[in-house]
Each structure stands twice: as structure tokens, then as C-alpha cells.
Design a protein around this ligand. Sequence first.
Ligand code: ZN
Length: 248
Amino acid sequence: MRRAIISDVHGNLQALQTVLEDIQSQNCDQIICLGDIIGYGPKPRECIDLVKDFDACILGNHDLAALFEPEGFSNAAEQAILWTRKQVESGDAPSACYQRLEFLAHLPRTRREGDLLFVHGSVRNPVNEYVFPEDVYNRRKMDKLFSMIPKLCFQGHTHVPGVFTSEMAFLRPDDIEGRYKISEEKAMINVGSVGQPRDGDWRSCYVILEEPWVSFRRIEYSVETTVQQIYDTPELDRFLGDRLRDGR
Ligand code: ZN
């Protein structure tokens, strides 16, 4: 089985469409999304409509915030969430809006398949907890997380791709020539972000899992198209466009 695992689309339709073309060219049998379909980006409805047809999707903190009250977000993020909610709740025919809300409301917080776990943030707090590369220096946190995962945990949320090993290392895709070989060891694998990468590389990121290999892919998309769509939406801070160019 060859699976594409994507995360953090954030309403960036241009990026999502380009990644889906790549996934198709890679002959994947399944697509799984680890959440944050929406928030920040200019095309939330269109992105939900595409992700709805995937084999599985997990709930992200932005998906949740669009359904309920945004809490603990920066000002620009909160404004974007409120605008996003309006688009999803009432920016289309009532029946289409209802379908999208119903889809978001039924997203699970985790998915387990044998040795594999899929979450948005972390095994301990699936929707909200960040696991950053520098957390490898926080032994207590990492020990706790590793004790809770079956063998492999696929996650997103930080928008920084890489592999956390049980030896407390964080392997960036460039350190391992873009692919990680699954062994007997436990690992937490961050699949990166399709719609808003933050590792200094503006290209969309996702992984293909075909055991024993996890391959990280970087895909160029028309970033200026999305930047312009953000500029054209007064409710979205221009910074949300600017950051896409630098992958920050
Ligand atoms: Zn996110």
C-alpha cells in the first residue's frame, strides 16, 4: 500500500491542487489529511470540498476554531478564523454550507491503524499540542509522548517536516536525503505543511508512506496566485501572504 499523508492545507487551494496532481502522478492508493484544512488561507470552501473525498481526515485546531470559539490565537489568525467561519457557514448555498459544516463537525481527533497513529498535534493532546524540533531537548516531554505511541505517529501542526527518533534526535528531510527507513524503533513523523510551510522552504511538503519507507516530497506551486488571493481579501492580513513566499 502506498499512501500520501498531507497536513495543514490552510485554505491554500493552489497548493492543494498542485500537491494532488503530484500524488496522482505517484500512484498512491490512499490519501490521509492530518487536519487544518482551513484557517489563514483564501479558499476554505474549495479546500474542504477536495479533502472531503480523501480516505481519512483528522481534526485540526483551526478546523475546530472555525466551528467554535477561537481561543489562544494571534490577532491575524483570529481575524482569519472569523472570516473563514463566515465563508464556511454562509458563503454559499445553504445545503453546501451544511454539508461542509457537517464534515468538519465529524472529523475524528485520532486515527489508529495497527502500529500507525495519525493525529494533528501530538498523541497526548491530538488537536492542540505542538512538538517542535527543539523539544528533543525536553526529555520528559519526549519520553511521555514516545510511551504513548504504538510505533509510528504521523503528525503535523508545526508546519516543520522531519522525524523524531526515540534516541531524541530530530532528523530534517535534508539530513536523510528526503527519506526515512522505518525500523523496529518508534518514531514520530511530522509530514510538514501543504499550504503554509514554516521551515524556510516555500514549497509544499507532504510524505508518501510505503513501508518500510517514508519519503518527504517538496512541490513547487504558484505561490503568487495564493498571495494575490490573500491581498484581495481585506479580512486576511497581508502578512499571511508575505510569509508564504519565504516559507515562514
Ligand atoms: Zn496548522
